[in-house]
Design a binder for this molecule. Structure first.
Ligand code: KG4
Ligand code: ZN
Length: 325
């Protein structure tokens, strides 16, 4: 089955063509225009999606050597995300589905991230623990079976990726913050500053306290000190942020006695996180780098599984900015 996967929930315009679970083409356009504003500007994001989506779909068809009439199903993110951005992808999918006479299915972006770990994995087995760490979400869930989730904890305030973005903006490293902080952290001393390791109750996460602690430290520095210690701040912040994820993960493993973990979302690209997972005595899987950020393949991958089971959406499907698991 040839499935077109579309993702426009935030600032990545992404289109993929799948043949079953196999990727024929995965195109991602990261809207760099937002970097000069230090964060995503919703109005600009939706304009960019409008401008790019049709052309990228044409290119994907060309690269995948597929005719538009060969598309047998369409999968599209319908939430959570920015409303106007979601609407661009969803309405495009509806129009194409109607004109081609093929089914479409709305995909939950969070679920698409969760299963992205298995796009290129050798095998898929449940139950497993899902640690989803992105710019908009941070959660731990127990996945009992395909699409059967028990959310064990989520963030009480900022998401983990969001804290990377905010700290990066504060210390002048720009947006998106995760890759920039990681790059600078390599040159810094992770023990230079004793930033707190957030550990709110149970399996919930919190990143606003850590962010504020960096803010106060930075505020009290002289201009010269700031310049010299950027790498130390990045390394110390990254250490605390990642350690917090690992504390929660260890707790969840102990509670559930499940020792299989799938880590996903933009932050799962982080090398310190991957190294820390390596040091845990668990079986873990994370997506390859191109599937950690928002992408169309993860939407097409899950969408194909849904369509194959006969799951379809109606043309009355609404975008849901607050969709959860
Ligand atoms: O999954 P994603 O593309 O979008 C959302 O669904 O939110 O995640 C984007 C987030 C951003 O906050 C970005 O700073 C973070 O993932 N990120 C990273 C790294 N690469 C991306 N955070 C830490 N380390 C990285 N290497
Ligand atoms: Zn995402």
């Amino acid at each position: 089955m040839i499935v077109l996967g579309l993702e426009t929930s935030c600032d990545e315009t992404a289109v993929a063509l799948m043949q079953g679970s196999k990727i024929l083409c995965n195109k991602i356009y990261s809207q760099e225009i937002h970097s000069k504003f230090g964060g995503v500007v919703p109005e600009i994001a939706s304009r960019e999606h409008t401008e790019k989506l049709l052309g990228m779909t044409r290119e994907a068809l060309e690269e995948g050597n597929i005719r538009v009439e060969d598309i047998e199903g369409i999968a599209v993110t319908y939430g959570p995300g920015l409303l106007c951005s979601l609407l661009i992808g969803l309405n495009f999918a509806k129009g194409l589905s109607y004109s081609l006479g093929v089914p479409f299915v709305g995909v939950n972006h969070l679920e698409a991230h969760i299963y992205s770990s298995f796009i290129t994995a050798e095998e898929y087995r449940s139950p497993f623990l899902s640690l989803l760490v992105s710019g908009g979400h941070t959660s731990i869930a127990k996945v009992n079976d395909f699409r059967d989730y028990e959310v064990l904890g989520s963030t009480l305030d900022d998401a983990c990726g969001e804290s990377f973005d905010k700290v990066s903006k504060l210390i002048g490293l720009g947006y998106p913050g995760g890759p920039a902080i990681e790059r600078f952290a390599k040159k810094g001393n992770k023990n230079a500053f004793g930033f707190p390791v957030p550990d709110p109750e149970n399996l919930n996460f919190s990143y606003s306290g850590l962010k504020t602690s960096v803010l106060y430290t930075y505020r009290d520095m002289s201009q010269e000190e700031r310049i010299h210690r950027i790498a130390d701040i990045a390394a110390s912040f990254q250490k605390s942020a990642i350690e917090s994820l690992i504390i929660k993960l260890k707790r969840a493993i102990k509670m559930t006695e499940i020792r299989r973990v799938a880590v996903s979302g933009g932050v799962s690209a982080n090398k310190l996180l991957r190294k820390s997972l390596q040091e845990l005595d668990v079986e873990w899987v994370a997506p390859e780098a191109e599937f950690t950020v928002d992408n169309g393949a993860m939407v097409g991958f899950l969408g194909y599984k849904l369509l194959k089971e006969g799951i379809r959406s109606g043309y009355d499907l609404k975008a849901n900015p607050r969709l959860f698991l």
